[in-house]
Design a protein around this ligand. Structure first.
Ligand SMILES: [Ca+2]
Ligand SMILES: [Ca+2]
Length: 337
């Protein structure tokens, strides 16, 4: 893929964003190495997390305006106990699908074509339901919440997924969105917007399936945006678009979630770590690490990278043209960050 050169035409205005270095003349060139996503486990990821965030705790006293949603006045227990609808932020055009608490097998069986050895299959229990974005966050949504700046291309579709966002950038989006929705009285008590944990991401993307893809055992580029020259499971070859598409162009899973297979890789909250094969409850990944998990493959990748179990990792400062994210509306838990 080579080296991408991004011209920064003005200083980045938002202090919440980690700044790329800018020159006194008001611009700089950022060179982003293209081969900095890793697929092999690394020993000794023990550096302290450079970013431990304080959870924003919804405070109804601080909420202004009339809560438009009945959920605002319900406890988490009440929310968990019944079927819950999609969550929609109308003025942002952001829809989230409800993912009920449940159990699933995370990872892939040894027989799965194209698997990696870091996908050790194990039993996961998710004790609390959450919502997850039906699409990757778009340019339009990013512009509304954070504001586009010079690190993003000037030519884009407002409904294309936002790219060139680091893990820090994506986490900041979630913090700002949480604050905005809390102020508007639209945040359910005990919940906040955050990047999904790796297990939340896989649980949602599987949509109850155990196959390599939510579609089943095959994948062609008529079903997801990836390099169609390399389909999966005997599916026919298809087009290679060589770029992201506007979100929601391919059939969703049974929960109504789009593009968990391909388009852009998606940042997860967790540091990358090894699965130990044990059954786990609400896993959050290692306490410390050097690289964050990304999931789902991208427009640039072969089909095997789009499998539900596929795990990749990269440093959280990485900004590139095939990594984006989707948000979760998720319970604030003990030790949450
Ligand atoms: Ca994706
Ligand atoms: Ca892997």
């Amino acid at each position: 893929m080579g080296i991408r050169v991004v011209k920064l035409s003005k200083r980045i205005p938002n202090p919440l964003l980690r700044l790329l270095p800018t020159t006194g003349a008001g611009f700089s060139l950022a060179v982003i190495p293209a081969l900095d996503i890793f697929d092999a486990p690394e020993k000794g990821s023990t550096e302290p997390a450079e970013l431990i965030r304080h959870a924003i705790r919804p405070n109804e006293k601080e909420a202004r305006g009339r809560p438009p949603a009945q959920l605002e006045r319900e406890s988490i227990e009440t929310i968990q106990s019944r079927e819950v609808d999609d969550w929609i932020i109308e003025d942002l055009g952001l829809a989230l699908a409800w993912i009920a608490p449940g159990e699933f097998l995370m990872g892939s069986p040894a027989s799965e074509e194209g698997r990696d050895e870091d996908e050790t299959q194990h039993h996961v229990t998710i004790t609390q339901g959450y919502w997850i974005g039906k699409t990757e966050v778009t340019y339009n949504q990013w512009d509304t919440i954070v504001g586009l700046d010079s690190k993003h291309p000037t030519t884009f579709s407002k409904d294309a997924p936002i790219e060139f966002v680091s893990w820090h950038d994506a986490s900041d989006f979630c913090l700002i969105l949480t604050s905005r929705e809390q102020t508007s009285g639209r945040l359910p008590a005990g919940y906040r917007y955050a990047l999904p944990t790796e297990s939340q991401w896989e649980h949602a993307s599987r949509a109850g399936t155990s196959s390599p893809f939510f579609h089943g055992d095959r994948l062609s580029s008529g079903e997801a945006n990836f390099d169609g020259n390399f389909p999966y499971g005997g599916a026919p070859k298809g087009r290679f678009l060589e770029k992201p598409t506007t979100v929601g162009q391919y059939a969703p899973d049974r929960s109504g979630i789009f593009d968990t297979q391909g388009n852009l890789w998606e940042w997860c909250r967790d540091w990358y770590g090894r699965y130990n094969g044990n059954s786990v409850v609400d896993p959050r990944g290692p306490d410390h690490g050097k690289e964050k998990v990304i999931r789902g493959g991208s427009w640039f990748d072969n089909s095997r990278y789009c499998r539900a179990a596929m795990r990749m990792r990269t440093v959280p400062s990485n900004r590139r043209d095939n990594i984006g994210f989707r948000v979760a509306l998720t319970p604030i838990g003990k030790g949450d960050y």
